[in-house]
Design a protein around this ligand. Structure first.
Ligand code: FEO
Length: 170
């Protein structure tokens, strides 16, 4: 059984993951509008990843006999100056999510909830990957600034990304 505090915090994280999904879908719409299919694809895959993150929390709350309570998803940004600003926002966002996950780990320790602490380790590792992937693209975009040919090459590369549900892996 989950403590009320953990149940509330995990429900907050379900909402945060759905907000992330919505945020990435908004970026996909932005890139779609700019005719950059590879960037659009990357953002749509990211959207799917965030939905899978939300569902992992959803399933865990239910598995521990908690109650999932879905809250409204706040509005997300819809316009950006350029590709660099999008990935700069993305990187800052993932750093913020890492902070949220670390905070959950601290709460699980305070509540002596070892099962939740154990489950959260998947997210701890995932955040290292999330930050690293986004930062790599951000740095490449900074190197390319103003180079349209390079941007189209990167777009072609980002088109290759495919969604793989990794939430059941350790
Ligand atoms: Fe759910 Fe992008 O971390």
């Amino acid at each position: 059984m989950l403590s009320k505090r953990i149940e509330k915090e995990l429900n907050n994280q379900v909402n945060a993951e759905y907000w992330s999904a919505y945020f990435y879908l908004s970026m996909a719409a932005y890139f779609e509008n700019k005719n950059l299919p590879g960037f659009t694809n990357w953002m749509k895959v990211q959207y799917q990843e965030e939905i899978s993150h939300a569902l992992k929390f959803f399933d865990y709350i239910n598995e521990r006999n908690g109650r999932v309570l879905l809250k409204p998803v706040d509005a997300v940004k819809t316009e950006w100056k350029d590709e660099i600003e999008v990935f700069d926002d993305t990187f800052k966002h993932e750093q913020k999510v890492t902070g949220l996950i670390n905070n959950l780990v601290n709460i699980a320790l305070e509540e002596k909830d070892h099962a939740t602490h154990n489950m959260l380790q998947w997210y701890v590792s995932e955040q290292v990957e999330e930050e690293s992937n986004v930062n790599e693209i951000l740095q490449q975009l900074k190197m390319l600034e103003g180079n349209k040919h390079g941007l189209l090459m990167l777009d072609r590369e980002l088109k290759q990304r495919m969604f793989v549900d990794e939430t059941n892996q350790q």
